[in-house]
Design a protein around this ligand. Structure first.
Ligand code: SF4
Ligand code: SF4
Length: 70
């Protein structure tokens, strides 16, 4: 399975990744705050990720790492 990991502490909750994901499986986690006081991005359904890396490309803070299942 493709895998996404988030460096949550770097996230500033800008939502760019949420906007660009073609599968609409990213969201800001309103139940969590990082040490900067932002709601960090999270993935809602890992199985639907196609590892296109649009989210990682868009993120201005290099929060997201995408690993493609080979
Ligand atoms: S790699 Fe593509 S499909 Fe997967 S979460 Fe990021 S933008 Fe969405
Ligand atoms: S684009 Fe990056 S900084 Fe912005 S919400 Fe997504 S992971 Fe966080």
């Amino acid at each position: 399975m493709n895998r996404l990991t988030f460096n949550t502490e770097r996230c500033k909750g800008c939502g760019l990744c949420v906007t660009v994901c073609p599968k609409q499986i990213l969201e800001l986690d309103v139940h969590q705050l990082n040490s900067k006081g932002y709601h960090p991005a999270r993935i809602t359904d890992q199985e639907k990720c196609i590892a296109c890396a649009m989210c990682a490309t868009m993120c201005p803070d290099c929060v997201i790492k995408v690993e493609k299942d080979v």
